[in-house]
Ligand binder design. Structure first.
Ligand code: ATP
Ligand code: MG
Length: 740
């Protein structure tokens, strides 16, 4: 194999690839080819026979990135790639080490990896045994303490004397230590253990350390800015002997501070590895000049940064970044899906399009719109909205109330939250139902008046059934939103998540609120459930052209021709919780996250925000994100503003024929305020369109069913052919669309 992979690189990149011996840090901005350099370097080491593939430790940030790197190296080096046993995320590499050396860590090699829910269960047990008051010290308090320590690489015996001024420090140490013992008895490890335990083993066992120091003759690390202490300590230990460690990173893309990542790892690299060579890459190969300019102007608002030169390799200015203001979140989803329709009409592969959101609850609006408009999409890095556990649970409750004989739903919720109606009871109910050839609900009604069940389950089942009946009675008496709220409260379902108080449970609650908000779009529960069964049916195969929907965090390292970043609103992005909890540090991390988002775009970038967002069913006004106003005006295209009088989107320059006046040093936000953009917006002005003249063959848009063609009109009852089929709808819900 000839080393032609070198000819595709610029001078600095090539220098970084060729400098194989000794520590190397590549510090460079987004899209400068850091990942490309790492990949080429790996190929080079193998090609030059400096090491076998199995002797290279290569750390990526996500499994997806690891797979991509594998494919890219495979293209260069062919089948030799198969020996690359140590290419993966920190956690996957840690898990591999721990499985090999499980016994030394008091585990068996088939140990289970626990998720947060399981971790909390174990902590609950431990604090019960230790007689700790759960009200004063909730389990999640200990969980976050333990995770912090693990991120720092501290096992229980090391924390005893550290940070003694934290409230409840002694208790936390005690819980941590018992928790670890309990995990070991359960033959389980949590995520933190996958790094902490290998670190501990390597530190305590010289011969093991020797072995791995000689196995790993080269170490390569992508996204180094996001390593936390335990990851850093592992890297340092493993590469200490040969010092052939190459790390690439960008301080402006550090977005995992909340998980203990420490940008100082970059700053200290030279100190930690003396004689380290530092290479800077200054040409961005990914984005057009306008996109790069927008990213640079935004990030220059951060004080805490190393500062780097970054210029565009791409000659083309490209389109300006579009900032779009929309009336509501529905309008925003529609705007994005319309733009995507245009992309589809250009016959472009949708895999090159991404919608990046700050928080997963924002996805729902887009998923619904995509399904209605038949836009294929995939969700990266998490389940799709309706596949989430909490959403399935809530929907199961609602379905059960509408149809109590729905056995699967009955089974799903009978013991969620726990009510002492576990597997044994359920088995008995199932048996009885089969004998009687009836539903679980019907048989339960009979059983509660017999002695088939023990006293306790019988009482519990009785109260469960009477709860379901009381909800059913209310179906026609209260509106479906009130009913849903009542169900979630009575059943203890919301309380179950509220009591947990982990970031995970908070995001579940956010998703549930999003679902409740969505209910107001429907007339009844039954109508809503029909909609849900429609959207749940769409399957998720992965080879075809699809829009990528994901959070900004999971977009790290990726690139797309078209990038949409909706929800650019204060509170959403920057995220209010980050601001509240971390103040300016939090704000700067949010800004880096916005910078990561913007720098994913190669050719087209759309930033948008909704002036009104439904929060828990109520419309609240939102303010455009400060990040929008921090982007240099010269990189932005004039926004289109919704005009409440003409009910049309009119262009900013159209309203004010003298655009230059506004360009004069004003930020986007100031410009919007200057034209009274936030004044006097009334939602009701927009919903009804009484006077439109509808006739057959006219293209129309309906908020719920999307685009369609009018078939027939009967006064204000209009028959329309939508993508999902024919429907009769009210004229007042339709909007005319250009026929071409
Ligand atoms: P990020 O910080 O977002 O992870 P990065 O620095 O890792 O970015 P890469 O993903 O490696 O950047 O490269 C960005 C894009 O530029 C890729 O499409 C890559 O193929 C291309 N690229 C990098 N270097 C060159 C080069 N010398 N010639 C042509 N294209 C290049
Ligand atoms: Mg990269």
């Amino acid at each position: 194999m000839s080393p032609n992979y070198l000819s595709d690189l610029n001078e600095q990149q090539r220098a970084a690839v060729m400098h194989t011996e000794g520590p190397l840090l590549i510090l460079a901005g987004a899209g400068t080819g850091k990942t490309r350099v790492l990949t080429s370097r790996l190929a080079h080491i193998i090609d030059q026979k400096k090491a076998f593939p199995s002797n290279i430790l290569a750390v990526t940030f996500t499994n997806k990135a690891a797979r991509e790197m594998q494919v890219r190296i495979g293209n260069i080096i062919g089948s030799a790639i198969e020996g690359m046993n140590w290419l993966g995320t920190f956690h996957s590499i840690g898990a591999k080490l721990l499985r090999i050396h499980a016994e030394e860590a008091n585990l068996k090699s088939d140990f289970t990896i626990l998720d947060t829910d399981d971790q909390l269960k174990v902590i609950k047990e431990v604090i019960k045994i230790l007689n700790i008051d759960e009200k004063r010290f909730p389990p999640r308090y200990f969980l976050s303490q333990i995770e912090n320590w693990k991120n720092k690489g501290l096992p229980p015996e090391k924390v005893a004397n550290s940070e003694p001024d934290i409230i409840g420090h002694e208790k936390s140490v005690e819980v941590y230590s018992s928790y670890q013992k309990r995990l070991s008895r359960l033959n389980s490890a949590d995520f933190g253990d996958l790094l902490l335990l290998p670190l501990k083993l390597l530190k305590e066992n010289d011969s093991l350390l020797n072995k791995y120091q000689s196995i790993f003759s080269y170490t390569l690390v992508d996204e180094y800015q996001d390593t936390n202490s335990v990851q850093y300590l592992l890297l340092k230990l493993l590469s200490q002997r040969n010092l052939n460690i190459a790390c690439v990173g960008d301080d402006d893309q550090s977005i995992y501070g909340w998980r203990g990542a420490d940008v100082n790892n970059i700053l200290n690299f030279e100190k930690d590895f003396s004689g380290a060579k530092i290479i800077r890459l200054e040409k961005n190969y990914r984005s057009t000049k306008n996109i790069l300019g927008a990213a640079r102007s935004l990030i220059s608002n951060n004080k805490d940064r190393l500062g780097k030169e970054l210029s565009s390799y791409i000659e083309d200015d490209g389109d300006k970044v579009k900032i779009k203001s929309l009336y509501s979140a529905e309008d925003e989803a529609r705007f994005v899906s319309d733009e995507i329709d245009t992309i589809i009409s250009k016959n472009e592969n949708l895999n090159n399009t991404a919608v990046l959101v700050r928080a997963s609850f924002q996805m729902r609006e887009f998923e619904d719109r995509f399904i209605i408009n038949s836009i294929p999409y995939r969700v990266i890095g998490g389940p799709r909205f309706y596949e989430r556990q909490e959403i399935r649970d809530v929907i199961a409750y609602l379905q059960l109330v509408v149809n109590p004989n729905h056995d699967l739903k009955f089974e799903r919720v009978i013991n969620t939250p726990r009510r002492g109606l576990g597997d044994t009871t359920l088995r008995k109910i199932n048996d009885a139902a089969r004998r009687d050839n009836t539903s679980l609900y019907d048989i339960s009604k009979k059983i509660i008046d017999t002695d088939e069940l023990g006293a306790n389950p019988r009482t519990q089942l009785k109260s469960f059934i009477s709860m379901v009946d009381s909800w059913r009675e209310k179906i026609n008496k209260v509106d479906h939103i009130t009913l849903t709220e009542l169900i979630l409260e009575d059943s203890g379902y919301i309380a179950m998540w509220e009591n947990e108080k982990t970031p995970n449970s908070e995001s579940r609650i956010e998703n549930i609120k999003e679902l409740i908000g969505q209910l107001s779009e429907f007339q009844s529960l039954a109508e809503f459930l029909d909609h849900v069964s429609l959207v749940m049916d769409v399957e998720n195969d992965d080879n075809t052209s699809k829009v990528n929907l994901m959070t900004l965090h999971s977009a790290k390292g990726l690139e797309f021709d078209y990038v949409f970043m909706p929800g650019m609103e204060e509170g959403v992005f920057p995220n209010q919780r980050s601001l509240d909890e971390k103040g300016n540090t939090g704000l700067e991390e949010e800004r880096r996250l916005a910078h990561v988002g913007i720098t994913r775009a190669k050719k087209y970038l759309f930033l948008s925000y909704a002036q009104n967002r439904r929060v828990y069913g109520n419309y609240t006004q939102s303010i455009a994100s400060r990040f929008l106003s921090e982007i240099g005006f010269e990189f932005i295209e004039e926004e289109l503003i919704y005009d409440t009088y003409t009910q049309q989107y009119s262009s900013f320059s159209g309203k004010n024929n003298n655009q230059k006046n506004y360009a004069n040093g004003r930020t986007a936000l100031e410009r919007l305020q200057a034209i009274g953009h936030f004044d006097n917006l009334e939602y009701d002005d927009l919903t009804f369109n009484q006077d439109i003249n509808i006739s057959p063959n006219q293209r129309v848009f309906h908020t719920k069913f999307g685009y369609g063609t009018v078939i027939d009109c009967d006064n204000d009852r209009i028959e329309v052919e939508f993508k999902t089929g024919k429907k009769i709808v009210l004229a007042s819900y339709l909007e005319l669309v250009n026929n071409d």
